[in-house]
Design a protein around this ligand. Structure first.
Ligand code: KIV
Ligand code: ZN
Length: 514
C-alpha cells in the first residue's frame, strides 16, 4: 500500500483572510460540510481567538463535522490556545494549530522579540496546547526566510514538547521549488527527533509557485501533509490550490506514488460553493475548476478527442465533478422532483423550511426561465434570502427604464426592518440608477469596490450572477445575487452585501502580530 498524504484545507481560515472573503457562521458551516463530503483530512475552521464570530463558527463546525479533523489556528500564547481548545471541545477529532514567526525580520520588526524569547514562547505554547489535545501542529511563520540553525533548535524543542505536525510555511511566497524542497529535507535530516512528527508544507502563491513548492516539499522534502485552499483562495495571491495539488497527485500517481483520500467528484461542486459564497469568480482558464479547463476549441483538438479522448485529455471532466449543462427541471416540476435533484447535487439543506423557501424561489424562476439547469439550482441556494442575517433589507420590487438618448431611471421598493420604503433615482446606466435608488434609502456610507456579472449557464436565457464588493470602516464584504434579469440580480447582490455589513460579522487578520 502506498503512503497517504494528508490534505489539510485552510479555506475557512487562510482563505478567509483574502480581502473581501469574510464569511458568516452559516456560510462557513455550509463550506465545512462540503469539505467533509470532499473527504479532506483536516479542516482549519478558523482562528477562534480572533473574534466572537470566528469562535462561534469554529464551535459550530466542531459540533457538526464527524469525518474530518477540525482545527483552529492560535497564536503562540495561552489565551489564544485556551480559546481554540474551548471552541473545539465538541469535536470528534480536533487539532490545535499554533504558530509564531521565526525569521529575523519578523521577530525583530513585527514581534519585537529576541530569538530566545520566540524559542521559549514556541515551546511553552506547544506544551500548553498539549494539555487540551494530543494533536498539536506548530508552524514557524516565515519559515522559508528563517535562519536554518535557529529553525532546527526551535523545531527540535517543540517536537520534544509534543508537537505532532510541523508545518513549514512559505508565508510570503518567496520560495522556489528545488530550494524549498531541499530546505524541508535538510531540516528533517538535521533535527534528531524529526521522525516523531508529520511534516507539512504551507505555501503562498505570490510568485505563482505555491503548488510547485508544495509538491517539491513532498517529493524532495518528504512532507506528508499539504495545506491548501479551494480555488487557491488566501492572503494576497492566495495559497496552494487544493484542486490542482490533488489532481496532480492523482493524475501523476505513477510519479508521486502517494494516496490521497479526496473524493474528486466533489471538487467542482466545492469550488462553485466557495466561489458563490465568497463572490470570488474562478478564472475560466484555471486548471481543473475553470469553465474552460475541459473545453476543446480548436478543430484539431476536437477531432482528436472525438476519436480518442486521451489524445488531448489527461483527466476526465466527470471525475472532478463537471456535469454537462443538463436541463433537469422546468415549470411543471413538483417539490419532490426538486428535492430529489437538490439531494443528487449534494446541496446541504438544514430544514424543510429552507427547502420550502428554495422551492418557492425555484417556482418563481421557472415562471420566468423555461429551462432550469443544475447551475440554476445551485445558484438558488446562494441566493440572498438563505441566511438569517439577510432579513434586515429586502427587495420588494424594482421598476427600471432605459431608452437610447434618455438617462436611465429606476424606482426601488425595499423592506427595511419590516417597513416598506420606496425611492427613485437616475444614473449613467440601469444598474447605476438601481443601486443609487437603493442607496437613497439606506445611506450605507459604503464604498463599492467591485461589480461583476457572469452568465451562470450558456445562452441569452441564462441567469446573470452578480457579485458586488462593499467596504465600510475597514470591513469588506461580498454580495451575490442571481436572476435572469441582470438589473434585478444587481439589486439582489447589493442588498445581500448591505445585509452582511449590517450583521456583526467581524474579523481580524491572524497574522497581525502576537
Ligand atoms: O502563511 C502563514 O505563515 C500562515 C501560518 C499561520 C501557517 O498562514
Ligand atoms: Zn498562510
Amino acid at each position: 500500500m502506498a503512503e497517504k498524504l494528508i490534505i489539510f484545507d485552510t479555506t475557512l481560515r487562510d482563505g478567509e483572510q483574502s480581502p473581501g472573503a469574510s464569511m458568516t457562521k452559516d456560510e462557513k458551516l455550509r463550506i465545512a460540510r462540503q469539505l467533509e463530503k470532499l473527504r479532506v483530512d483536516v479542516i482549519e475552521a478558523g482562528f477562534a481567538a480572533s473574534s466572537n464570530g470566528d469562535f462561534e463558527a469554529v464551535k459550530a463546525i466542531a459540533a457538526t463535522i464527524r469525518d474530518s479533523t477540525v482545527c483552529s489556528l492560535s497564536r503562540a500564547n495561552d489565551r489564544d490556545i485556551a480559546r481554540a481548545a474551548e471552541a473545539l471541545s465538541g469535536a470528534k477529532s480536533s487539532r490545535i494549530h499554533t504558530f509564531i514567526a521565526t525569521s529575523a525580520l519578523h521577530m525583530e520588526k513585527k514581534l519585537r522579540m529576541t530569538p530566545e524569547q520566540v524559542h521559549e514562547q514556541a515551546r511553552l505554547a506547544v506544551r500548553f496546547a498539549r494539555k487540551f489535545t494530543d494533536n498539536v501542529e506548530f508552524s514557524p511563520e516565515d519559515g522559508s526566510r528563517s535562519d536554518i540553525d535557529f529553525l532546527c533548535r526551535v523545531i527540535e524543542d517543540v517536537i520534544k514538547e509534543g508537537a505532532t505536525t510541523i508545518n513549514f510555511a512559505d508565508t510570503v511566497g518567496y520560495a522556489v521549488p528545488e530550494m524549498f524542497g531541499q530546505l524541508v529535507r535538510t531540516l528533517r535530516e538535521r533535527i534528531p527527533n524529526s521522525d516523531k512528527a508529520v511534516w507539512s508544507v504551507h505555501c503562498h502563491n505570490d510568485l505563482g509557485m505555491a503548488v510547485a513548492n508544495s509538491l517539491a516539499g513532498v517529493t524532495i522534502g518528504g512532507a506528508r501533509q499539504i495545506e491548501c485552499t479551494i480555488n487557491g483562495l488566501g492572503e494576497r495571491a492566495g495559497n496552494t490550490s487544493l484542486e490542482e495539488v490533488v489532481m496532480a497527485l492523482k493524475t501523476r500517481r505513477d510519479f508521486f506514488g502517494l494516496d490521497v483520500g479526496i473524493d474528486t467528484a466533489q471538487i467542482v461542486p466545492t469550488s462553485k460553493l466557495v466561489s458563490g459564497i465568497t463572490g470570488f469568480a474562478v478564472q475560466p482558464n484555471k486548471a481543473v475548476v475553470g469553465a474552460n479547463a475541459f473545453a476543446h476549441a480548436s478543430g484539431i483538438h476536437q477531432d482528436g478527442v472525438l476519436k480518442q479522448r486521451d489524445t488531448y485529455e489527461i483527466m476526465r471532466a466527470e471525475d472532478v465533478g463537471w456535469s454537462a449543462n443538463k436541463i433537469v427541471l422546468g415549470k411543471l416540476s413538483g417539490r419532490n422532483a426538486f428535492k430529489q435533484r437538490v439531494q443528487e447535487l449534494g446541496i446541504p439543506v438544514d430544514s424543510e423550511t429552507e427547502l420550502n423557501a428554495a422551492f418557492a424561489r425555484f417556482k418563481d424562476l421557472a415562471d420566468r426561465k423555461s429551462d432550469i439547469f443544475d447551475e440554476d439550482i445551485q445558484a438558488l441556494f446562494s441566493d440572498e434570502s438563505v441566511t438569517p442575517e439577510s432579513e434586515h433589507f429586502k427587495l420588494v420590487s424594482l421598476a427600471q427604464s432605459s431608452e437610447t438618448g434618455e438617462r436611465p431611471h429606476a424606482e426601488v421598493t425595499l423592506s427595511i426592518a419590516g417597513r416598506e420604503s420606496r425611492k427613485a433615482a437616475s444614473g449613467n446606466g440601469p444598474v447605476d440608477a438601481t443601486l443609487k435608488a437603493i442607496e437613497a434609502q439606506v445611506d450605507s456610507g459604503s464604498e463599492l469596490l467591485l461589480y461583476s456579472v457572469n452568465a451562470i449557464t450558456t445562452g441569452t436565457e441564462s441567469q446573470g450572477e452578480v457579485t458586488v464588493r462593499l467596504s465600510r470602516a475597514g470591513r469588506i464584504v461580498n454580495g451575490v445575487g442571481a436572476d435572469p434579469d441582470i438589473i434585478v440580480a444587481s439589486a439582489k447582490a447589493y442588498i445581500n452585501a448591505l445585509n452582511k455589513l449590517q450583521s456583526n460579522l467581524e474579523r481580524v487578520n491572524p497574522q497581525s502580530g502576537v
